[in-house]
Design a protein. Sequence first.
Length: 427
Amino acid sequence: MLYKFLFFIGRVIRNPSLKSYHEFLKTSETWSKEELLKYQFDKCKSFLEFTYIYSPYYRKVFQEIGFLPNEMTSLEDIKKIPCMDKTELLNNTSSVHTTYSFKKIFHSETSGTTGQPLKFARNEEWDSHNRAAMFRGYSWHGIKVWDKNGYFWGYNLDKSAVVKTKLLDKLQNRFRLFSYNKNEILRFIKKLKYAKYLHGYSSMIYEVAKIVNKMNLDGKYNLKMIKGTSEKIYENYHNEVNKAFGLKIISEYGAAETGLIAFECEKGNMHINVENVIVEIEDGEIIVTNLLSKSFPIIRYKLGDKVTLSDPDFICSCGRNHPVIIDILGRVGRKIIGYQKKYPSFTFYYVFKNLALNSNIVLNFQAVQNEIGKVTLLIEQPENDPSKLLQNELYKYFSDDIDFTVKYEQNFHVKEGKLKDFITSID
C-alpha cells in the first residue's frame, strides 16, 4: 500500500494527465479497427495543425510543399510530408522545437549509441501519455507499476549518482544490479523472490538467468512479467530465462524520440500503440510519427530499424485490434563491407534465422568488422555443426566476397550499455 500511495502522489505531482489517459487507453484497447483509425486520424490532424502554427521548421516545410493540415481528408495525406532522419533532426533541433509555452516540460535525450545524442524538450502530455501506454502494456500481464521489480539499466556510476539512483529506486519499489560481481548478483537474485516483474537490458536478464540455472538456484519466483528493452532478444534467451524463472522475455519497442511504439501482449504479439503513434513501412524501414510530441514534433521519422508488420487482416487471439509488429530485423544503414560489394547488416538476421528454422541450430552471435572483406563472428555456444551448416548459410548470402573467422564459446555480452549484434570500425 505504501508504494501504491507513493506512486499516486508522484503521478499527481509529475504527470497530472497520466491517470485520465491511462483510463482512456484501457477503454480504447477494446475498440474496433475502424474506431482506432478514426481516432488516429483526428489526433493526427489536430497535431499537425498545432505543429504548423508553433514549429518554425515545419511551418516552412508545410508552406514549401503546399501542405495544409486543416485540409487533410485521410491518413494517407501525411505521406506528402518529407521524412526526417536523426541527422536532419540534429541539424534543425532549435527550429523544430515549438514556440508554445507549456506548463511543464521535461528535458530528454537519446542514448547516443548510434551517434551524437539528441537533446530535446518533452511536454507533460507527451511524457504522461507515453507512460500511460507502457502501464497499459503492464496491465496485460497482471502488473501494477508499483509492484516490486528488478531492473537492469546501467550501473557504471560515480558514488553520488549511485546514492541518488538507489533513493529513486527505493521510492519506486525497485532494485537493480550495480555491479557484476558474484556477490552482487546473488543478492539481486535473492531479492527476485519477492518481485513481480523484471525488466531492462535483455542481455543482462539472460546472463543472470544463466547463473540461476548453473547454480541450481530454485528461488520459487513469483514473477509475472520479464520485459526486455533496447536490445535484440535472441531466441536462445527465451530458453534460458524460461528455465530459470518460468517465463519468456516479452518485448517493448520504442525510442526516446518516438516514444513507445509497440508492446507485447499476453498472447505473444507486439501491438502498435496507435493512439500515440503512426507507423509506416517504406522499403522495409519503419517511419514513425509521434502524435503527442507537441514540444518537439516527431513527424515521419526514420528510426533506422528494418521492421516487418503482420498482414492487415491479422487478428490477435487477445482480442485487441491494434496492428502487430512481427519482427524487428536490425538497423538500416549499417553496412557489411565485402571485397567487391556492400551488404545490409541485418543480412545476419536471415543467416541465423535460417539455421534456427531449417536445422534447429540456435546461436547467439556478434559480428565484428575491422577490415574490408573480413568479419569475425563470435558465437556464444560451443561448436556443434558437423555439416558446416553455418558456413553454408554464410556462403549463400556472401559467396566468396567476405572471409569469415568463426569463434565459438565466446562471451560478448556487455555489462554496460546496449549489446550490439554488429560492430564495425569501417566508415
